[in-house]
Design a protein around this ligand. Structure first.
Ligand SMILES: Nc1ncnc2c1ncn2[C@@H]1O[C@H](COP(=O)(O)OP(=O)(O)O)[C@@H](O)[C@H]1O
Ligand SMILES: [Mg+2]
Length: 243
């Protein structure tokens, strides 16, 4: 069976800067892939290309059998890729429930049905008690959780999480990991997780892809990546050796 998502030699330039260079990778249905690498390595740019916010200058992106290399965001979302944002983009002047209804309207044209779906996801993500709170008034952890709920409301097959745990306290981070695990186990989604906290991303991922200066420098099971010399030099650092 072909993978759910397949990138072949994806290149994205900003003027003279090559943010993604010949990136080839695949994600299978139901797989959790960690995407790591230093700041500026091109992780967010890759998510932007995958979701139609940017278009690659070269290469090809195929999702669920459809060529989405030049597809617009709403088409990509309809096919089943959803994301969260590194810098949160909740709708601040709307309530938590309304934010999630926006996602659910992708699949339900009737508001009543969208609300029902949204409620279900507020319960799944633990946000139901805050349904009537304005998104702007949430803590960062809850804003990130809300973005996950809104993304899930579009009923994706692949969820892209861009630093969904950065800036959280250890307790909030543990709760976020627990949510990601439940999304995988109970909803059966494929996930691509960008995260800097190795204690989070290594145990969570079935496979890890490492970007450096826009290029894939390593790919493999977490234990293998953790002792890869090139990855230690480029990103993990000497202190990580032997952990
Ligand atoms: N819209 C843009 N215009 C110009 N340069 C950009 C843009 N987005 C990202 N970049 C540059 O592309 C490189 C990769 O950035 P990014 O994808 O945000 O990396 P990461 O998410 O891995 O930290 C960086 O050098 C960044 O400054
Ligand atoms: Mg980024």
């Amino acid at each position: 069976m072909p993978p759910l998502l397949e990138l072949s030699a994806v290149t994205k330039r900003f003027g003279g800067l090559v943010a993604n260079k010949d990136v080839s990778l695949a994600i299978g249905a139901g797989e959790i892939v960690g995407l790591i690498g230093p700041n500026g390595a091109g992780k967010t740019t890759l998510f932007n290309c995958l979701t139609g916010y940017l278009h690659p200058d070269a290469g090809r992106i195929v999702f669920a059998g459809a060529d989405v290399t030049h597809a617009r965001p709403e088409r990509v979302c309809g096919l089943g890729i959803a994301r969260t944002w590194q810098l949160v983009r909740t709708f601040g002047r709307m309530t938590v429930l309304e934010n999630v209804v926006c996602g659910a309207l992708k699949r339900h044209s009737r508001v009543g049905a969208a609300r029902q779906r949204a409620w279900h996801l507020l319960e799944f993500t633990g946000l139901a008690p805050k349904a009537d709170v304005l998104a702007a008034n949430l803590t960062l952890a809850d804003k990130k959780r809300l973005e996950i709920a809104r993304a899930l409301a579009t009923e994706p097959r692949l969820l892209l999480l861009d630093e969904a745990m950065s800036g959280l306290t250890p307790a909030e981070m543990a709760a976020a990991v627990e949510l990601v695990r439940r999304i995988h186990a109970e909803l059966g989604l494929a996930l691509c997780v960008v995260e800097h906290v190795m204690e989070v991303v290594m145990p969570l991922s079935q496979r890890v892809v490492v970007l450096d200066y826009g290029e894939v420098i390593a790919e493999g099971p977490p234990a293998e990546i953790a002792r890869n010399e090139q990855v230690i030099k480029a990103y993990l650092g000497e202190h990580y050796r032997g952990r």
